[in-house]
Design a protein around this ligand. Structure first.
Ligand code: NAD
Length: 446
């Protein structure tokens, strides 16, 4: 579902008028539907390292149409640039310029994907320069793409092969419509862990998942998406949201837990409910969050404290209980919802940005604590998402905010939910301590 303006300028008279007046023309994005082809067209793999050949062989086994050389004029689903062996900035040109020739042939909602190594792990200044250059290159290229096409990058830590489950899981995520609103981002695969699902359409089959703040908005959509992907759900929200929560629980055939997550015993209550009703607990999604915006000069203690308490302090307390529990130690997954406000800052949101920055700090520091149990923790940082929260922003500001990204539109709750579902899956087992933005590549701020 696109916003009304996007629908209006996507066809007929509206499209012509927008074109003539030079108004923004956001594309209708390709979004994931189970059973649909992964990508609408051939995939060209550019690069001459062994990883390029290995990736080609893997993708052929997914029944994709793989090319090592593009045929001019043929519509392409994706272009993958494998740059894992670059040693000097001069090494980039050959692969990048061969890909350049195919860019005009990229289909609507097509994909450009780079595969490279983290600059911080490079063995020489020249290699670090080449690797960091890919960062600038990809982020710029993503801003040049049109018609809903996106550009993202996969960073393979030293020792991680392109054929490791999480690297292939990330390739699948970025090629698919699950990543529709993820643009201009890099995702690091830190170890070779993880496992690809037996059925790519039900990657969460058999998992028990808890979603907080699930009575409405993004949380309700996360519950629906995890259910579609095969998980059994426990949905959590405030007692005051009990009716809506019960409706979501019915819809996803899960159970409802009415709970204020700021209670001191919230973590134990979540574990007890999941174990008593479903026998286990595999996945926790920290989504509940609030805004209480004010300029800092006008901030009162109630606004500051409630945002810090709900958005970050409660998560820290719940995680402590999870980490201490014998019921949360078999490749557990935690995914938490941060915000681009916590990265780039936002006027009127010092309290919110402190809490969401806190979420990202917590994720990095908690990742090593979960590693022993084969667990992971990651954050998703949404930009402008079409929800009740953003519907309350005054019209002119809202319209500006939703257009200020490379895709010229707001994201849908489903876009956040798809990214969370991927990070909660077994195939993301080698990804931990990361923050992945779902923001259409915000043009303002970091
Ligand atoms: P929302 O207000 O529509 O839903 C939040 C839910 O959390 C509500 O159902 C609410 O009852 C619940 N909740 C609040 N306090 C709670 C508590 N103490 N205990 C249990 N439940 C509680 O918000 P949304 O837009 O769906 O946002 C969901 C998450 O995404 C939040 O963490 C928010 O900060 C984040 N986010 C949203 C956007 C956006 O554009 N909407 C952007 C960035 C980040």
């Amino acid at each position: 579902m696109a916003d009304k303006y996007t629908e209006l300028v996507s066809q007929g008279l509206g499209k012509n008028v927008a074109k003539r007046l030079g108004l923004p023309q956001p594309a209708l994005l390709r979004r994931y539907r189970p059973g649909q082809p992964l990508i609408p067209g051939p995939v060209v793999i550019q690069g001459d390292s062994a990883a390029a050949d290995k990736l080609g062989a893997e993708l052929l086994s997914w029944d994709l149409d793989i090319r090592r050389h593009a045929v001019p004029g043929e519509k392409l689903g994706a272009i993958i640039l494998v740059l894992d062996e670059v040693e000097r900035p001069e090494d980039l040109g050959r692969t990048v310029l061969s890909a350049a020739a195919s860019l005009r042939d990229l289909a609507p909602s097509g994909r450009v994907l780079t595969v490279s190594r983290p600059a911080a792990e490079a063995g020489s200044p020249a290699a670090a320069a080449a690797r960091q250059g890919i960062d600038g290159l990809l982020r710029s290229l993503a801003k040049e793409l049109r018609a809903g096409a996106t550009g993202n990058g996969i960073l393979l830590a030293e020792g991680v092969d392109i054929t490791s489950p999480s690297a292939l899981g990330a390739v699948r995520f970025f090629l698919s419509g699950r990543s529709a609103f993820v643009d201009g981002q890099f995702l690091k695969i830190s170890d070779a862990g993880g496992a690809l699902p037996q059925d790519a359409d039900t990657p969460l089959a058999g998992k028990i998942a808890v979603v907080t703040g699930a009575a409405r908005g993004i949380g309700a959509q996360i519950a629906r998406t995890l259910h579609r992907d095969g998980a059994t759900l426990v949905v959590v929200d405030l007692p005051a949201a009990g009716d809506h929560l019960a409706a979501v629980a019915n819809e996803v055939k899960g159970t409802a837990l009415q709970l204020d997550i700021t209670r001191a015993d919230a973590g134990q209550r979540i574990i007890d409910h999941a174990v008593q009703r479903h026998g286990r607990l595999d996945i926790v999604i920290h989504n509940a969050g609030i805004t209480r915006d004010k300029l800092l000069a006008n901030m009162d203690p109630a606004r500051w404290d409630s945002v810090i308490n709900i958005n970050i302090a409660a998560q820290l307390r719940i995680n402590e209980a999870l980490l201490a529990s014998e019921h949360f130690n078999q490749s557990p997954r935690i995914v938490t919802v941060a915000s681009t406000s916590g990265i780039a800052g936002n006027r009127g949101q010092t309290n919110y940005a402190a809490s969401k920055g806190g979420v990202m700090g917590m994720v990095r520091a908690t990742a090593p604590l979960l590693a022993g149990a084969g667990g992971t923790i990651n954050a998703v940082a949404p930009g402008f998402i079409e929800t009740e929260m953003t519907a309350r922003i005054p019209l002119a500001l809202r319209e500006t905010a939703r257009r200020l990204n490379s895709l010229k539109q707001g994201g849908q709750p489903a876009d956040v939910a798809e990214t969370i579902a991927f990070l909660a899956s077994d195939s993301a087992g080698g990804i931990s301590g990361e923050v992945l933005r779902v923001c259409g590549q915000n043009l303002v701020g970091a």
